[in-house]
Design a protein around this ligand. Structure first.
Ligand SMILES: [Zn+2]
Length: 470
């Protein structure tokens, strides 16, 4: 829990009294106040937001379903705007949100928080307050305030008591005004075990076999926000020991692990995934984590590292485990290199967990079942007409949503000998799928249905986060 309210004051020059904080900023449009630090990284001195006793300016909407417009919001001074912004951030952090969306509409601006992967409306402010708030966001992140059309990116640090919360701001112009998104980077102290994330049984065994090997690649696959980084970090935590040199290169660094060296990608300073990885390898690490592989250069260095005695963890933006293999080929990597270096591909999705307090036992049958079978033959093949499932209800514990927290759904492609052979022989996705199935590949949807039957996840949630395989 964050300690709020030690009431640190900000001095007249804008710097916090006592302890100035230097925040490295990587804006698209360079901030005017930038100066060069010793390592050549552009840094901007600015004051972080200090959250004192921010009084609630806007009441929150408990179920988040209706939007609330405050007609007589008394926001007149910059200080009030700052308090309002702090209030939003504090509330979003309390609700464990990953980001805050400031969305301009014709007559107002709606403030939405992404909680458990779902955007929910929480507040609305009038157009005048909107202008002041966007201005404040730009000032706080060192962006150009006179630019209203070009997209801009920046960084803001908020301080809650003594806990800093780093955030990334991006602003784009829409037909209704400037839309801002604040991504909250909450460095979680808690490391999850793979079991807690939802990996179990044979799938867990397959992942374990991949990281006890001294070399090779472990790839997490999935779209943005599917929990890839969390999975990789859980594995890093397991294999983290003093005798091993572990280095990560990320964009941005999401969590920090003790004893691990984290490097932040900074293209403006010439630090890309590819050349960061190259210089990292000169320091003889045992284990490397590369935030994402998305180009030939990074892929090639990572594969070389994996071939020369390093364990490499990384992620790829693909929908399932099988398509990760041809993705490497599309990036110009030879099939035999993929076959000889990749240990495992863990494809995943995050599903909202049913609230234990209010979930309701029910059966899926009759018309409802037929409807499901029409669109999701894959799920219907795994659930019989009349099977028992649980559905979301909503109570005070889960703020009326019916869900509390999230759980991963997994598809673990282990590169066993037959799978490796098929890759070397140039098998296409269909053929690879066939071979992997024989080797016991469990699909995302199958792991999902298993969790539905266990009462952890609802059927509608599985339909939302997985897609019918074509
Ligand atoms: Zn509930």
């Amino acid at each position: 829990m964050l300690g709020i309210g030690d009431g640190k004051k900000v001095g007249s020059n804008g710097d916090p009294v006592g302890k100035p904080i230097v925040i490295p900023v990587v804006p698209v449009v360079p901030a005017k106040t930038g100066d060069k630090s010793v390592d050549g990284e552009k840094t901007v001195k600015q004051s972080p937001f200090v959250v004192g006793e921010a009084k609630p300016v806007v009441p929150s909407i408990p179920n988040g379903e209706k939007k609330l417009v405050i007609p007589e919001l008394k926001v007149r001074h910059e200080k009030d705007i700052e308090a309002l912004l702090q209030e939003f951030v504090k509330e979003a952090v309390d609700k464990k949100s990953s980001d805050i969306h400031f969305e301009p509409r014709q007559d107002d601006m709606v403030i939405r928080y992404r909680v458990d992967g779902i955007l929910r409306d929480f507040h609305a402010i009038d157009k005048e307050t909107e202008k002041a708030l966007v201005f404040k966001l730009k000032i706080a992140s060192g962006l150009r305030t006179d630019e209203h059309f070009a997209p801009q990116d920046g960084r803001i640090e908020f301080i809650f008591g003594k806990t800093p919360i780093d955030s990334r701001l991006s602003i784009i112009s829409t037909t209704n005004g400037e839309k801002a998104v604040l991504r909250l980077l909450i460095k979680q102290g808690k490391a999850y075990t793979l079991e807690e994330l939802g990996l179990e049984g044979d799938l867990l065994e397959r992942v374990k076999r991949s990281y006890v090997k001294p070399q090779g690649m472990i790839i997490a696959a999935g779209p943005t926000g599917s929990g890839k980084t969390t999975t990789l970090y859980s594995i890093l935590n397991i294999i983290n020991s003093r005798e091993k040199n572990i280095t990560t290169i990320e964009d941005p660094v999401e969590y920090e692990i003790e004893g691990v060296n984290h490097i932040h990608v900074n293209p403006k300073a010439g630090l890309t995934f590819a050349n960061g990885l190259r210089s990292m390898l000169r320091q003889d690490p045992d284990i490397i984590m590369v935030g994402e592989i998305r180009d030939n250069e990074t892929a090639r260095i990572a594969i070389n590292a994996a071939m020369t005695g390093h364990l490499v963890l990384s992620s790829i933006h693909t929908n399932d485990s099988i398509t990760t293999i041809p993705r490497f080929m599309n990036m110009g990597i030879e099939p035999y290199l993929v076959a000889s270096t990749v240990n495992v591909v863990v494809a995943q999705r995050l599903a909202r967990r049913l609230c234990e307090k209010c979930k309701k036992k029910t059966t899926v049958e009759g018309e409802q079942y037929q409807e499901m079978a029409k669109y999701r033959s894959d799920i219907a093949a795994l659930i019989k007409n009349g099977d028992t499932v649980y559905q979301e209800v909503g109570c005070e514990v889960c703020e009326g949503t019916g869900y509390k927290g999230r759980i991963g759904l997994y598809e673990v492609l282990e590169l066993t000998k037959p799978v490796r052979n098929a890759i070397v022989e140039g098998a296409d996705s269909d053929k690879l799928f066939e071979v992997a199935r024989k080797e016991g590949l469990v699909l995302l949807v199958e792991d999902g249905v298993k969790k539905v039957k266990a009462g952890t996840v609802s059927l509608s949630e599985i339909m939302r986060v997985t897609a019918l395989k074509e």
